[in-house]
Design a binder for this molecule. Structure first.
Ligand SMILES: Cc1ncc(COP(=O)(O)O)c(C=O)c1O
Length: 382
């Protein structure tokens, strides 16, 4: 039997206490117990997101929450600005097209972050823009975008709403929805929240409701006005993925118990150790603006190196599952997470396994270099 070591930036390992809730008998969702669960998880998420706004539990994977955010604020032929820097942020543009928006795209090369002045210039050139769509952590490249700076640029140069996909970043990379002028934020269940896949949250700042109310309804299930109405009675408009929410409640208790500030610091240390180890091994990381939630790494370019062998050695021999590259970086990179249940032990163990797998795949490294570099970071601490 093989021990699975899920190191992907989602889905991630789920805490045992959370899994055990899934074994309980089904109960109905139109009950006082569900109302209590609804309110408790809503409050916890508002705390994690640092918002005074509304937070809605959405059934459907992260993309469903993205779609909810977009279709509730964009009418046909309205202009939206998409900050496109990888596979996931490209999705905002694809979605905008499907909903009939005029999509203006600001693109940076993969691996680079956006700057506020780039956004400001484009908003001044397109004063008709109703919404700007950004991403906290671009999971396909490992970049963490400077959302505070981008939020300031949006607010100071337009009346547009600022929407942030924080599906993989929120709960691991610092994110302060209200202070950073974010009007809608989207989170997924299966990333730093350590939940089962298939659900998410959409957070809405008070400033966004005017536009939501004015936008023609273009879908039934994801209509935020329905979610707001039902939330007044502490429930969802349709049958929710209640077991996912029940198991998430366990994780949210743990997250708010530890405190999001402390989790950001702990994650930053794990990330620093992972980066130090990877650098010491002699691999090249994809970005100079890395997320703390994850690290993306180029495969060595040496002719003899076999990336497939490396990945199969990691998974087949050590049970370590990494995510592969996507889009233009397919076959070129691997990606590992350092959020949720992942701890110091996982980082050191993964680096040790990587050293052996790299040797087996044709990239000789001196065993122990990466592990030692990570240990130095842990010795020093935060
Ligand atoms: C930044 C980002 N956005 C969107 C998604 C899509 O989420 P889902 O696959 O849950 O629909 C992901 C998933 O990896 C992601 O990392």
């Amino acid at each position: 039997m093989k021990k699975e070591r899920l190191m992907t930036p989602g889905p991630t390992q789920v805490p045992e206490g959370s899994l055990l809730t899934l074994a309980r008998q089904a109960t109905h969702h139109r009950t006082p117990q569900f109302e209590a669960l609804f309110e408790k998880t809503r409050r916890a998420m508002a705390d994690i997101l640092r918002t005074e706004g509304d937070v809605f539990f959405m059934t459907g994977s992260g993309t469903a929450s993205m779609e909810t955010a977009l279709m509730n604020i964009v009418a046909p032929n309205e202009t939206v600005l998409v900050l496109s820097s990888g596979k996931f942020s490209e999705r905002w543009a694809e979605m905008g097209e499907v909903f009939g928006a005029k999509v203006v795209t600001l693109t940076v090369p993969w691996g680079e972050p956006f700057r506020g002045d780039q956004v400001a210039d484009l908003l001044r050139a397109h004063p008709e823009t109703v919404a700007v769509f950004g991403t906290l952590t671009e999971t396909s490249t490992g970049v963490c975008h400077p959302i505070a700076e981008l939020g300031r640029a949006v607010r100071e140069n337009s009346d547009a709403l600022f929407v942030v996909d924080g599906i993989s970043g929120i709960g691991a990379d610092r994110f302060e929805m209200d202070a950073w002028s974010v009007d809608l934020a989207v989170v997924g269940s299966q990333k730093a929240l350590m939940g089962i896949s298939g659900a998410g949250f959409v957070a809405v700042a008070p400033r966004a409701w005017g536009k939501i109310e004015k936008t023609p309804r273009r879908g039934f299930y994801f209509d935020l006005l329905k979610y707001r109405k039902s939330a007044e009675s502490l429930t969802t408009p349709f049958t929710p993925a209640k077991s996912i929410l029940e198991s998430l409640a366990f994780n949210l208790d743990a997250i708010t118990g530890e405190g999001i500030e402390k989790i950001w610091q702990r994650t930053a240390l794990l990330a620093e150790a992972a980066r130090a180890g990877i650098d010491a091994i002699g691999l090249k990381r994809t970005t100079a603006s890395p997320a703390d939630s994850m690290t993306a790494v180029f495969f060595p370019e040496e002719g003899a190196f076999d990336p497939k062998r490396f990945m199969s050695e990691m998974y087949g021999r050590f049970g370590v599952k990494f995510a592969a590259g996507q889009g233009e970086w397919k076959g070129k990179i691997f990606r590992m997470a350092h959020f949720g249940l992942i701890d110091e032990f996982d980082i050191m163990g993964t680096l040790g396994a990587m050293e052996l797998a790299l040797c087996a795949a044709g990239f000789p490294v001196e065993p122990g270099r990466g592990v030692a570099a990570a240990q130095q970071i842990f010795l020093r601490g935060n």
